[in-house]
Design a protein. Structure first.
Length: 580
């Protein structure tokens, strides 16, 4: 709350905090401290920039999510450390909260400036209003899926009036149910705007100048992203809770009208922001290598290995997912080993130490015993030494295909159709394979041996045959069994460490895959994984009346960690084993 209010007391000078050493960004954004007016297109660029830390593979997102949603979802392993279920710490959650309201404030300014335009000027600026809102609401969805009720309709207003008391009175917590309904309605409006065609030529030309995403001002890419985001959120709400009917209606409209609401159908249509090594803010490979180096945030999990059908001995076999060598580095023996949560943290550590001594006796000076996130594609090989081409899509084609598979399988808004479900499923697994293969083979750290072989880690300890699309298609057909479990697991696996929050959303919503943890006997207040995160210190300090009102209404227990959100599966998404 302090951050929300403190952003804007100087009026338009609030945006002076939006600065970037990247020359491409600077050319698209006019510093308001040096001009009396801030154009709508320039504020749109500011919204994109404010979303960078949480929409793209930046350090802060990776560090915080790997210890919360990445761990809770079963994507990231944990060696049964003490206090593991509390995550990164409240201070990091507070920063995530602050960052969203920085972004919302940018949108409020854009909205205000748009409304002040003369009527004749609005058509050329409308695309910025709608896309700016869409980007902000993509992050609002994340806020809702982490915290539930959050301030929205009355939030981020003090910049305009400098009236603290008035802004505080407006900063009440809106119902997450009603906010989600608003998001679905707003995304439909944007989808209809693009579907109507005849987009303003001046607006498109301006978008080309201001857009630093991979879309580069292309209306088709933005249109597909908007509709795919609507599908993501609709599916998120289609399983449980008070938004089911609204969600299924949205799914029906999208899937039954593909020419009106085109989706991301191919990986060439994925939307996101490309890396730029000339500035730290967009040097994602360097940023992620810093977040993953020297800690457990790159650890593989047994849930992931089980989902990819790795043998019980840790060796891949004929039934193993061909994405395995694209996702993880094995140990020098070619084994993919994850933490055994039935063991104590000391036992887990000792096993690695003893194994590494064996590797060293064989002349292997640097090695990991437990599998880790791929060092060529994502993790990098040392702090600040990452893949210079690292980019994660906001939504990729595989997510869309697998989401469609779930809708057709379960009859969410459309008639249940097992044949269509399987078709979308196989396509989704193949597209996911292509996505992860591209992350690896297009990396600046990739070590090709020849056209069909590569070194399976940056250290180049083992020559491995590059898996093929045909193998991915065959694998998808082999694992298809027409169940919710297989579809949800593949959707979760596609998100994995590229979108850990959405992976957590999948397991909380569907219950698949079931993740196994050991109870933390050393932290009695937080013995099991969370269902949500608690409200932040800024809210408790500076917005106490409003936040205490929502806590009294929504918390079912005192911590805030163990209250399920309205859209979640009523059953636990995890299994617990012996305390450690």
């Amino acid at each position: 709350m302090k951050k929300i209010f403190g952003l804007a007391l100087a009026g338009l000078t609030l945006l002076t905090a939006v600065s970037c050493s990247d020359s491409s960004f600077n050319s698209k954004y006019e510093d308001p401290s040096k001009t009396s007016t801030v154009g709508v297109p320039q504020v749109f660029t500011g919204i994109l920039y404010k979303g960078n830390n949480w929409m793209n593979p930046a350090y802060y997102r990776y560090y915080v999510q790997s210890t919360t949603s990445g761990f809770y979802s079963g994507v990231i392993g944990n060696a049964n450390s003490r206090g593991r279920f509390r995550g990164a710490s409240e201070g990091y959650y507070n920063t995530r909260w602050q960052n969203f309201y920085d972004m919302l404030t940018q949108y409020r300014l854009l909205e205000d400036n748009y409304n002040k335009l003369e009527e004749a000027q609005q058509p050329s600026n409308k695309i910025f209003l709608l896309l700016g809102r869409t980007i902000m609401q993509a992050q609002l969805h994340e806020m809702l899926s982490i915290w539930g009720d959050v301030p929205y309709t009355g939030a981020s207003t003090i910049w305009k009036t400098s009236n603290y008391a008035d802004a505080k009175a407006k900063d009440v917590f809106d119902s997450d149910v009603e906010t989600y309904k608003t998001i679905l309605k707003d995304l439909k409006e944007v989808g209809d705007y693009f579907a109507a065609g005849n987009l303003n030529a001046t607006g498109l030309a301006s978008l080309k100048r201001q857009d630093f995403t991979v879309a580069d001002g292309k209306a088709d890419i933005w249109q597909r992203y908007v509709n795919s985001l609507r599908l993501r959120i609709a599916l998120h709400l289609a399983t449980h809770g008070e938004c089911v009917s609204d969600a299924k209606a949205a799914i029906k409209e999208i899937l039954e009208n593909p020419s009106t609401y085109p989706l991301i159908d191919d990986n060439s249509q994925n939307q996101g922001v490309a890396a730029d090594t000339q500035t730290d803010e967009f040097n994602y490979g360097k940023s992620v290598s810093q977040a993953l180096s020297g800690n457990g945030n790159s650890s593989g999990s047994q849930t992931m290995l089980d989902a990819m059908n790795v043998g019980a001995n840790g060796y891949p076999n004929a039934n193993t997912d061909p994405r395995l060598p694209l996702i993880y580095d094995p140990n020098p023996m070619g084994r993919y080993v994850a933490y055994d949560v039935s063991k104590s943290s000391t036992e887990i550590s000792d096993l690695a130490t003893d194994s590494i001594k064996v590797y060293q006796s064989l002349g292997i000076k640097s090695a990991n015993y437990y599998c880790v996130i791929d060092s060529q594609a994502v993790q990098g090989w040392a702090t600040y030494q990452g893949n210079e081409h690292l980019t994660f899509s906001w939504i990729n084609a595989a997510e869309v295909s697998l989401s469609k598979a779930e809708c057709y399988l379960n009859g969410y808004g459309v008639a249940a159709n097992a044949t269509k479900a399987k078709e979308c499923f196989v396509q989704g697994v193949a597209q996911s394979f292509e996505y992860y293969k591209n992350l690896k083979t297009k990396s600046t750290l990739y070590k090709a041996v020849d056209a069909t072989h590569f070194n399976d880690s940056y250290g180049g300890k083992r020559v491995t045959k590059l898996p093929t699309e045909a193998q991915a298609i065959a694998y998808a057909n082999s694992i298809w069994d027409g169940s919710e479990k297989v579809v949800a697991t593949q959707l979760w696996l596609n998100f994995s460490f590229t979108n850990e929050l959405e992976a957590w959303n999948v397991v909380r919503r569907t219950g698949f895959p079931k993740v196994t943890f050991a109870t933390d006997a050393q932290a009695s207040s937080y013995p099991t994984p969370a269902y949500r995160l608690p409200y932040t210190s800024d809210e408790l300090t500076y917005n106490a009346e409003n936040v205490q009102a929502v806590i009294a209404k929504k918390y079912k227990e005192p911590t805030g960690y163990y209250t399920k959100l309205f859209w979640a599966n009523p059953q636990d998404y995890y299994n617990m084993v012996t305390s450690h």
